[in-house]
Design a protein around this ligand. Structure first.
Ligand SMILES: NC(=O)c1ccc[n+]([C@@H]2O[C@H](COP(=O)([O-])OP(=O)(O)OC[C@H]3O[C@@H](n4cnc5c(N)ncnc54)[C@H](OP(=O)(O)O)[C@@H]3O)[C@@H](O)[C@H]2O)c1
Length: 253
């Protein structure tokens, strides 16, 4: 797929991986629209990349998603690339069930239902374009659940599953469906993770390069090894990962 001359919408584009992607697409001469809840963060991003378009939207609101689809049709009729990047993550423990469930509801809304609905709402507009695509940011945690983030892992597994379904169901149309599975990346989302992390700008470069080469399935960095390890010895790897992550959390509390 060509990586310049597109009209790109990035959800959660005012920080972290989304902002790095916004910068990468901006430098490649695309029209870039970012959305998020915080007007301050959107304004900061616009200051950094003048010409960036911003929309204040809470993607968990169905009403706001419907209004967003209308706005995009009228103000950005050429939209051809949707990046479903916005996400939230909470630590969770079955020993605190009320909190775990409350967070799991927010995670399933933000990380699965909202991007699914947004993708379906935008399908008619995207499919009018000569070269349309949807890029879904899931996580390496799709291969093995991050047991300290139970609701997050489950919501991303659901999002990954529907990404595969959409890719197959739309295979005979021009619309391409990409899935990006990042490892730990140095952003606010995982600031409490004391592990080696990829820098967001490097990740963004890899994503843009993968889109250019039509790499529809994109495990990046250590996610590539995890993909195969999880297939070879799932129970063994899950146990190791669980013990390492629990220890890391306890050591840094
Ligand atoms: N960092 C990692 O290690 C890692 C690894 C694998 C996958 N990922 C995935 O990468 C994506 C980006 O995360 P990140 O690491 O860059 O974290 P981040 O900096 O916290 O970015 C998340 C973005 O999502 C936006 N957002 C959250 N809820 C929203 C809502 N209801 N409506 C609109 N926007 C919303 C936030 O903006 P507002 O708060 O302004 O709304 C924020 O800009 C997520 O899907 C995450 O699951 C991250």
């Amino acid at each position: 797929m060509k990586i310049s001359g597109n009209t790109v919408l990035i959800t959660g584009g005012a920080s972290g991986i989304g902002l790095a992607l916004a910068g990468a697409f901006y430098r490649e001469k695309n029209t870039v629209i970012i959305l998020g809840r915080s007007q301050d963060k959107l304004a900061q991003a616009q200051k950094r990349y003048p010409g960036l378009h911003t929309l204040q939207v809470d993607i968990t609101s169905e009403q706001q998603r419907l209004e967003l689809a209308e706005t995009l049709t009228t103000e950005f009729p050429g939209l051809n690339l949707l990046v479903n990047n916005a996400g939230v993550a909470y630590f969770g423990d079955a020993q605190q069930p009320t909190e775990l469930f409350k967070h799991a509801c927010i995670e399933i809304d933000t990380n699965y239902l909202a991007p699914l609905h947004l993708s379906l709402l935008l399908l008619p507009q995207l499919r009018q374009q000569p070269s349309p695509a949807i890029v879904n940011i899931t996580t390496a945690g799709v291969y093995l659940p991050l047991t300290i983030m139970p609701g997050y892992s489950a919501s991303k597994a659901a999002f990954s599953s529907i990404t595969h379904v959409l890719r197959q169901q739309l295979a005979n149309t021009p619309l391409k469906v990409f899935e990006v599975l990042p490892p730990a990346v140095d952003t606010q989302l995982v600031s409490r993770f004391k592990v080696q992390k990829l820098q967001p700008d490097l990740l963004a470069q890899k994503i843009v390069s993968g889109i250019k080469k039509n790499h529809y399935d994109m495990p990046l960095g250590s996610a590539r090894a995890l993909k195969w390890l999880a297939r070879l010895a799932p129970t063994f790897c899950e146990g190791i990962l669980h013990r390492q992550m629990t220890k890391m959390l306890n050591d840094h509390q």
